[in-house]
Design a protein around this ligand. Structure first.
Ligand SMILES: [Zn+2]
Ligand SMILES: [Zn+2]
Length: 257
């Protein structure tokens, strides 16, 4: 199993309103850590109803590209800077998502799914959130069933959205107490990976998992399954502050063996 240990392909900035630090601070952080490549992967969502927006507007993306191009010029000798997007799949808005993706020239498109519509809730539910109220609602909805829906929605997203990499595959419901992957979930993961392979996408090893559970997203067994299917792997810190660039990358050689 091989992965580029000097390339952090999943970085956020204060533009998404739940991360801190300017784009330039992340670039400097990456240079300080000896990385040769950094890819910003900012949040794009469509049709999500929540009280606080945690993604970029089209105007924000204009700023993002302008500043990103400036940084590519300024730091190009020291590091390669990519301007990508982490697109949240929303089955209700696929056409609009496809239009927005086609409208810009991304260096990388990462696919994920954070938000779900659930019965009895006006707002979408962020299934990656550690908010107490969200965890309680998930508990009421049935975490097993929701996790199953998370995997099937990602699979549908892989089929419909042209992306380069699938992000944090098993991070859904990550704060749910006592939730274990069941046999049926593993079957879904197998199908999902087959779709990733068919689509020519890579699988992300997201090192933010080390902070939450001492293991990456996805689990080492899933990474091994992907490698056995000859799916390329890519490393991403999912940094939401400049100090998190390249976090836990030193653990990866031992993980991949
Ligand atoms: Zn984020
Ligand atoms: Zn992210």
């Amino acid at each position: 199993m091989k992965v580029d240990l000097f390339s952090d392909t999943h970085i956020h900035t204060s533009l998404c309103r739940h991360a801190s630090g300017t784009m330039e601070e992340y670039v400097r952080g990456a240079i300080d850590r000896g990385l040769t490549r950094l890819v910003f992967l900012e949040h794009l969502e469509e049709g999500i109803n929540v009280s606080f927006r945690t993604w970029l507007t089209e105007e924000d993306f204009d700023v993002y590209f302008e500043e990103g191009r400036r940084l590519q010029q300024r730091y190009g000798e020291e590091i390669e800077v990519g301007l990508g997007v982490e697109v949240g799949y929303n089955p209700d808005c696929t056409d609009r998502i496809l239009q927005r993706l086609a409208h810009r020239s991304w260096d990388r498109i990462g696919l994920s799914c954070h938000f779900f519509k659930v019965d009895g809730c006006e707002e979408h539910l962020n299934v990656l959130s550690k908010n107490r109220r969200t965890i309680d609602i998930i508990e009421r909805c049935g975490p097993n069933r929701l996790l199953s829906r998370y995997f099937s929605t990602l699979t549908e997203g892989v089929r419909r959205i042209p992306a380069n990499v699938l992000c944090h595959l098993d991070a859904g419901l990550r704060h749910q107490p006592n939730l274990q992957l069941e046999k049926s979930h593993w079957e879904q993961i197998d199908i999902l990976l087959d779709e990733v392979k068919r689509a020519g996408m890579a699988l992300e090893i997201n090192t933010s998992g080390y902070k939450y559970r001492g293991l990456p997203f996805p689990l080492p067994e899933i990474i091994a399954l992907a490698a056995a299917k000859a799916i390329p792997l890519a490393l991403g810190s999912d940094a939401h502050s400049p100090s998190e660039v390249g976090r836990y990358f030193d653990r990866i050689p031992a993980l991949l063996g």
